[in-house]
Design a protein around this ligand. Sequence first.
Ligand code: FCB
Length: 454
Amino acid sequence: MTADLKFPAGFRWGVSTSAYQIEGAVAEDGRGTSTWDTFCAEPGRILNGDTGAVACDHYHRYAEDVALMRELGVDMYRFSFAWPRIQPTGSGPGNAAGLDFYDRLIDTLLGAGIRPAPTLYHWDTPQPLEDAGGWLSRDITDRFAEYAGILGARFADRVSTWITINEPMVLTLMGYSLGAHAPGKELLFDALPVAHHQLLAHGRAVQALRAAGAQEIGIASNHAPTWPASDSAEDREAAALYDNLINWLFADPVILGEYPSGMGDGMPGPVADDLAIISTPVDFFGINHYAPVSVGVATGQADTAATDGVLLPPGLPFEPRTLTGYPTTDFGWPVVPDAFGEILRTFRQRYGDKLPPLYITENGCAVNDEPVDGVVSDQRRIDYLDGYLRSLKAAIDDGIDVRGYFQWSLLDNFEWAAGYSQRFGLVHVDFETLERTPKASYHWFGDVISQSRR
Ligand code: FCB
């Protein structure tokens, strides 16, 4: 069934994870406390009271996980550095034991013929930095530049591909605007400085990494087509505003050096100077994509299925709605393969010649099938990936320059506020025994990779 799903021979295949979601070992080797440790300890924040304290225990089992990747046949592995392992308090010299862990991981990957593609920041802020204002404070951009410099100095000799920040939109919206993720602040539109400071930190990190000799540098930003809930002028206007907030507020500054339609006016600091740093040329732009979103004018009847269960407060000018007529994943996200090609074409249209080469830095689905006699038959994940990869392939055939695809995720893992209830892995993890079982989708994905190389 994979036979006609064949990508260009040089296309790069990968899987993606992040530190807090898989590592565990939160109190080992001098790791400091992160905002996610703090958030998980607060009653009622995470489904079932789950935490990332053990997660997949990847910190101790990384060699087994690299062996799984080698067997799968990927070219690249996207993981993230835990900032509080590198700088337990968020500033000052690197923690030797933390750096050593990533040394071991990187050398094991290289030994298996897999290129590391680390992300500097995937939401686990050192708690002392949060206590000093976190991403609401401009000071964090200095700290982030220092952190990037430490990592570049240590690893740029062996790591050529780097990703600065994961999904600045989600940290802004879920972390500081709605409070569903760490640090749990509910600032609504007052969270916008968080967007600006992450973008500035991204630009500063690009410069620091480049100075350290890094070769291929980009960001991982999540993007989704925003569809008006109806053809009415009000719904179209509401959807356009939402589209600017979730998509272009984060991509325009990096790619064009400007904010969309006046949105820079309320940002803190010398915004024009900052935009020059934010738009420091990247070598690629990473897109994380899962599902489109339908948005209408506020009616007070927003459906929380469209926002992962988060109820938007009243008084906002827009309202995400449930998309009907599509199958959904176990997380409730609609499965719409064509939306993948659509967002890529929208990027090409919007940015034309200014669009850097793209990577798909995340794509995947929650399908919660359990092993039966040692076999996980996750056919719905295979169907999802088959549809989405065909849509991606069609966009590449149309001439969109996509260099590679990282599937989310190698392992079932800690899915933030949903705890361990949502399984995104190609490999099943038993969270009691920590046993790994490759699923049917793992073998299917491996076939797609190997036949694309033929
Ligand atoms: C993305 C996150 C990633 C994972 C997937 C399902 O928003 O970057 O950590 O949780 O969603």
